[in-house]
Design a protein around this ligand. Sequence first.
Ligand code: ADP
Ligand code: MG
Length: 251
Amino acid sequence: MLRVENLYKSFAGTEDVVTGVSFQINEGEVVALIGPSGSGKSTLLRCLTLLEKIDHGAIYVAGEPMVTTAPSGEVIYAPEAALRKIRLRLGMVFQNFNLFPHFSVLRNITEAPIHVAGMPPAEAEALARQLLAKIGLSDKADAYPYQLSGGQSQRVAIARALAMKPDILFFDEPTSALDPELTGEVLKVIRNLAAEQMTMMVVTHEMAFAREVADRVIFMDKGQIVEEGTPEILFGRPANERTRTFLGNYN
Ligand code: ADP
Ligand code: MG
């Protein structure tokens, strides 16, 4: 579903933040991305979801080139029309929810399907109500974001992403902004999506959750993938010293 080859990204005036990252995600797979703060996880996700331009490398979505690099070093993005289609296949859920504050919950969910994907409004609303039922927030359709708890807001943000029917859903620390008692309700929604074979990449510091829900875990440090493997191997008997040190800080 996603293939990343030798991806590099830096920002003006910084050392390389992502330095030669390669991996792939198969259909229906849940990949947890873990690593210390500042290791480049968010930057990587932002490159994958077209929020940042890459400096070098290639990204393929369902076999289609989103961006490649010519032998000359020139980075070549797909033409705008193709890119727009690819973008629709990639969903993103942020740490801070990023709901539209002046829209109701329902409109937060229907906005992109109607105005970006061209879905008929009645169909978008039916889909939104179905998604709200799924996340247990049917009674909040007419509420505004300020009336929601953090956990409810994040569940709405997930519903909003799902309304676009993405092929891959990326999560960047979806529970980091939440009080501990609210993380469970968000993790439960992600767990249910995993059970439905939704293809997902989840940046998280919730190691128990990663261990439980992920098919594969990638450990990143200093802009590189240090180690990847099944949760059993990566958490149970990590091969790399840096992985062991990082995980040791969570025990
Ligand atoms: P993580 O998500 O793993 O904590 P980030 O990808 O957010 O790591 O950041 C990796 C490094 O890149 C950090 O040193 C951060 O300061 C730097 N960085 C991230 N975004 C920018 C930016 N827009 N401009 C300059 N530096 C950035
Ligand atoms: Mg981050």
